[in-house]
Design a protein around this ligand. Structure first.
Ligand code: PA5
Length: 470
């Protein structure tokens, strides 16, 4: 269907003795087998052993299953219903708000920043592909930022005009997350003020995405929102980008969700069948694991080149940190954006503590025509850029990547490359699925349950006690 993501282990691999790699192979394969066996365990309907709970392996076959269901049932499939609701939303509003936090927010932000126009919200609607502007909220409790967005949304006088109309999706698997729930109340009240409490818009322009049970599900059923999408049991928050959590808002924004899912499904197949050495999930996990265990590289830098993959990196930071940061184990993930951060973190990565593995994330071909650095008359060449001889920005970025990797190589700082042939829905679908699978395989490899996030409960409980006094 499209081009494949490639993980290039050199030169990081030269830091790994052959015996270490050979010794890891059977354990890596066992971790893959366990990851895949967990899919059957979840769907078998049998009891899940205590040591495996929670078990959220439902994300693994989800992309392929959704596409198969769509093939069989067309418009009545879940994807068909999501696309219909997305079309209704996009045709009805010019501003679309996504309320959610953590796994219920970061995947969509990654999709938006990577796949939509970098200045999407600034463009006139016709140049935005006839889709609304996008805003995120409910991912913090910041008074000023929340007020600012409400002000933008509610300042119009005529809500019959498409340019002034707005709607939202509220996303929470548990349905009880305070940040999102409070935002939903505030934005519901604002919506009712704009359209009238009994208006059709007060329900039609809200699409809840939530688990089968919980406070948000109860509220949604009681209110009678016409479209409510499920987050299935067995798919955890940070593994839910290929449920309605990511797919519904992505469809509203005109992102090709079939291509995303196809990328993820193809990557899963590669994970299932390709041998070590040709398997990006196993190769990436093996390199990270051995360099952490044997060389003390406990900081994993995801070094994204260019500006569109920062949110993808932040999504991965959350995925790795919440999944593996348990029982006093787990590497520290850190996303950087280069060349920007060469001017803020480059010094430390070149000469600081030797605890870092750098994975470059490189897009080979830009989606737009190369911007050539203009040549000027010799008497205006004080900046001496005529030396560039009409080179274009992709060539400069390539030189920066090569120059930085060479500098790291010279001081024996390990790097590896994750290469996107181009940045589109198909390759991003592969990358998202690759990192979700790699995170689970790593967990199984080191005996940590990658699913669940028990540690996050502590702050929630304390906050509840402070607020409600119990
Ligand atoms: O990965 C996770 O499960 C978390 O990051 C959740 O996504 C986050 O806490 C939000 O939870 P919820 O969707 O229940 O509101």
């Amino acid at each position: 269907m499209g081009s494949s993501l490639e993980y290039k282990v050199e030169p990081a691999f030269s830091h790994i003795p052959a015996a270490d790699w050979a010794g890891l192979k059977s354990r890596l394969e066992a971790a893959r087998d366990e990851t895949l066996a967990d899919v059957d365990l979840l769907t078998s309907g049998g009891a899940i052993p205590k040591t495996k709970q929670p078990l959220d392996s439902g994300f693994i076959m989800l992309p392929a299953n959704l596409l198969d269901e769509q093939e069989a049932k067309g418009e009545s499939s879940l994807l068909g219903q999501m696309k219909l609701a997305a079309t209704n939303m996009k045709d009805s509003v010019d501003r679309f708000v996504v309320l959610g936090i953590g796994g219920s927010y970061m995947g969509m932000r990654a999709l938006f920043e990577a796949l939509c126009h970098p200045y999407h919200n600034e463009l006139p609607r016709a140049e935005r592909g006839d889709v609304p502007r996008l805003y995120f909220s409910g991912n913090n409790i910041d008074n000023d930022v929340t007020s600012g967005l409400l002000e933008v949304l509610t300042s119009a006088s005529d809500y019959s005009q498409l340019a002034n109309r707005w709607g939202m999706t509220v996303i929470s698997k548990s349905g009880g997350t305070l940040e999102t729930a409070v935002a939903f109340r505030l934005f519901r009240e604002a919506l009712e003020k704009c359209y009238g409490a009994d208006s059709k818009e007060a329900t039609n322009l809200v699409v809840p995405v939530t688990g089968e049970t919980g406070k948000l599900r109860d509220l949604s059923n009681a209110t009678g929102y016409p479209a409510i999408f499920p987050i299935p049991d067995g798919v955890g928050g940070r593994f839910s980008v290929f449920t309605a959590v990511g797919l519904f808002p992505a469809a509203v924004m005109g992102i090709d969700i079939d291509a995303l899912l196809q990328g993820a499904a193809d990557l899963t197949e590669r994970f299932r069948t390709a041998p070590i050495g040709e398997n990006p999930v196993l190769d990436y996990t093996g390199v990270c694991h051995l360099l952490e265990k044997n060389k003390g590289l406990t900081t994993r830098i995801l070094s994204t080149w260019g500006g569109r993959l920062e949110a993808f990196g932040l999504w991965y930071d959350q995925l790795l940190a919440e999944s593996i940061g348990k029982e006093e184990k787990g590497a520290l993930p850190l996303t950087v954006v280069n060349t920007r951060d060469l001017h803020s973190r480059g010094q430390q990565h070149q000469e600081g503590v030797r605890d870092k593995l750098i994975t470059n994330v490189i897009v080979e071909t830009p989606s737009t025509s190369p911007l050539v650095v203009p040549k000027v008359a010799a008497d205006r060449d004080q900046d001496q850029l005529n030396r560039l001889d009409g080179k274009a920005l992709p060539e400069l970025l390539d030189a920066a990547i090569k120059g930085t990797n060479k500098a790291y190589l010279e001081v024996e700082r390990p790097t590896a490359d994750l290469v996107f042939p181009k940045l589109d829905a198909y390759t991003l679908g592969q990358a998202l699925q690759m990192f979700m699978l790699a995170t689970v395989v790593e967990g199984r490899l080191i005996g940590i349950n990658p699913y669940g996030q028990p540690g996050v409960e502590a702050y929630k409980q304390n906050m509840g006690e402070i607020l409600y006094g119990k």
